[in-house]
Every structure is written in structure tokens, then in C-alpha cells.
Design a protein around this ligand. Sequence first.
Ligand SMILES: [Fe+2]
Ligand SMILES: [Fe+2]
Length: 445
Amino acid sequence: MNELDSRDWILKSINAALKGKKLYPPGHPAAIAPVKKAYDTLTESLKNKNNLMIGLVNEALLFEEDPIENGERLYQDIIHYMSEKNVDVIIFEKGFTEKELSGIVDILAGETKYHGQELQSELHSKGIVHITLKTVPIGKKNILEIYNGAVDVVKNVMAEVRMGKIPKGGPVNNIINEITESVLADQNAVLGLTMIKNYDNYLFNHSVNVSVTAISLGRAMNLEKDELHALGVGALLHDIGKTGVSEQIIRKPSGLSSEEWEKIKEHPLLGSNIIKRMEGMDETVGRLILEHHIKYDYSGYPDTNARLHPLSQIITICDAYDALTTLRVYQKPYNPADAIKIMASMSGRHFNPDTLKSFINMMGIFPIGSMVRLSTNEIGVVIKIHSENSDSPVVKVLYDKEGKYTGSPFEVDLAERKDVSIASAVNPAMTNIDIGAFFEKECAE
Ligand SMILES: [Fe+2]
Ligand SMILES: [Fe+2]
């Protein structure tokens, strides 16, 4: 067989094997035959080289380095399953076995979705060592898409509740998986996006921001996977009960009548009741929503004597932080660094001291999005927190020593530059920078 023929045979039989996996039950001859054929042709080709690669670049199929003409038409299944599983390269090494190949087919064409490192663990547990699946890391652009996707999910769920429908749990669970993955891939970029505050659609961005921050904190606190998921969902939907309170009351700047205030206080219970009727929701989620306004000292609402769920305080803390750093009808936004100070002063009263400590450890005393003046008199925005050294962040300098806007912003890593430090927080209102838009742009580039 010449090289071109064997290339076509390899792709054709892998394509057929993936298709067969979907069409036939395991062990069916029509599912086994193409795997055998692919194994034989690949092994033959590997007689005179050590490895062989199938790649996917911008939806175009590559064999070794060569683009395959009409690949999108001839080998649809390969392209479909590689992109579905976020795989951009498959490498076959000399000595791989038929069993390994069949395992790869099962993984690629199977129902299971893998997140983060799960795909690599699956390969490992199946004993697949001679075939590599390389996945595309989540880029900043995808992170922005996921953030915006999450805003849409909240918007849809709330619209459905308002129309009297019971929303489906699927989209919520999926977006929480994606947010969790983004946090694992680049926590700093995701936390930067929580600086996007939408005055008109406050509730949607607020819900996503609380969820992103809660997942980051849950991860820093080493929660189990299931707990982290329930926490993310609970945080995303914590204010879903506000759909039962009129917009007029929610947006009222001040002076709520006691009747109106009673109405607002119903939203945690309303919310947890909505969750109970949604399919696919973990029991914990409703509980977290019910408890998100109960403070550590049991002030707040609703009144209860029951012990708080240990994860409730994570949402309470992240909720308070996002609320403080957002412009509201009744409040100017606080600089993140000031919000941290205010919250620290409420430790042991509003907030569980241990949970708050983990939160401040993670955010640093100058969290992402803080506008700061450096000891050099330059002004910039905190864009990255080192998890092991959260008080020496990376600052993007936007204004020079004279206070002039610099056309070419540059980064200063305070963990490396011992000669520079943060002198003080700066009120972002003193500058022309829209911090949310700034992080959006950082991600989009
Ligand atoms: Fe709330
Ligand atoms: Fe809230």
C-alpha cells in the first residue's frame, strides 16, 4: 500500500469506528471490524516511523502535517468527535494495542463529557499509554464566552420563572461545569470578569459574579467535586426568588416600607422552593439559597435556629463582596480593596471568620480589579493574584508618575520587583477607566 492509500484507509476506518460506536451495541461485528482495520493499517504505517498524528486546526483535519482535502465531508465523525471532546491532536505511538485503540474510540464517541484533567485520568484508568489525546486549553476568549453564556443562562432561567414555567436544570449544570473549568484554567482572568457590573441588568451579572467567586473560593478551600458543583449552582441561582418580588421594590433607592421589606425578605424561601421543583438539582442547592442572607451571628433573614450549612457562608461572603463593589441605586461602588476592609471588620458577626479568612487569602488585600497607586507614583489595575503570595499581585500600569495616561500599558509583578510596592488604593472614579470593560478587553484580545 502506498502512503496516500494507507492514509485514506486509516482515516476511513477510524471514521467508521467512531460512527459504528454510535450505531451498534458494543461487541457488534460492525463496530469491531473498523477498529480492527484501523489498527492493522496504523500498525503497518508505524513500521517505519515512531508515531503518527491526526490533528484538528480550525475545524480542518490534518494527517501528520498535511491538511486533508474534503476532510470535513469525508471524515465528519472524526472532526465531530474530536471537537466535541475538545481534542486537537491524536498521537499514535509505535506499539499501541488494539485494545487501546478501541478505548480511544469509546472515549471519543462516548456520552461522557470530560472537564479539565478528567480526560487524561480516563485515559490513564483505561491503561491507554501509547495513544495520546491532546486537548485545547481554555483560552481567555473562551472564558469571556463562558462568562457571557452564563449571563444568558441566568437571564433565561429567570424569564422562565416569571412566565410561570419550571426551568430545566440542564443548562445550569452545564454552564457551572464550564465556569469551573475556566476557573481551573485561568482563575485570574475569570475573577477579572467579575468586575463587569451591569447597572441595568444588575441581577444577571451579579448572579454570575457571585457564582464565579464562590467556585474560586470553594476550590481554594479544597471542596469535593460534588460540593463545588452544588455551591456554583446555588450561587448562580441565589437570587432567583427575586423573580417573585416586583422590580419596583428591588430598585427602590431607599425608604422601603416595612411591607416592602417583608416582601424582599421572602426571596430566599421563594428561591429554594423554585429549586425544589427543578429537575437535576442537588438538594444542597435549595438549602444554600434559603440560607444566603442568614448571617454568621444569625442576624439577617429568614429567622432560624437550624445550624447553617457549611457552604452557605461562601455564598453570603461572595454575595456581599459583589454587592459592595457594584454601583447600586442606593450605593456608590467600593474599590475592591475597600470592600475587603469593610468585610474584614464584620468578621465573626456577619461572616464566618474561617471562611472570610480563606476569602481574603484568596483575593488578597488588593483584589483583582483594584485600582492602586504604586510606590513609584504610577497608577494601575491589579490583574493577577499569586495564590501563594496574594499580597504581591501583578499590576498593569496605566498612568505614569505624572498622572498621564500611558499609551502602552505594561505589567509590574510585585512578587518579583521588591523595590516597588502598593502605596494605596485609588478610587477608580478619579480616573476614566471602566474596570469591567478593561477586563473584558483583556480577555477579548
Ligand atoms: Fe439575595
Ligand atoms: Fe445577591
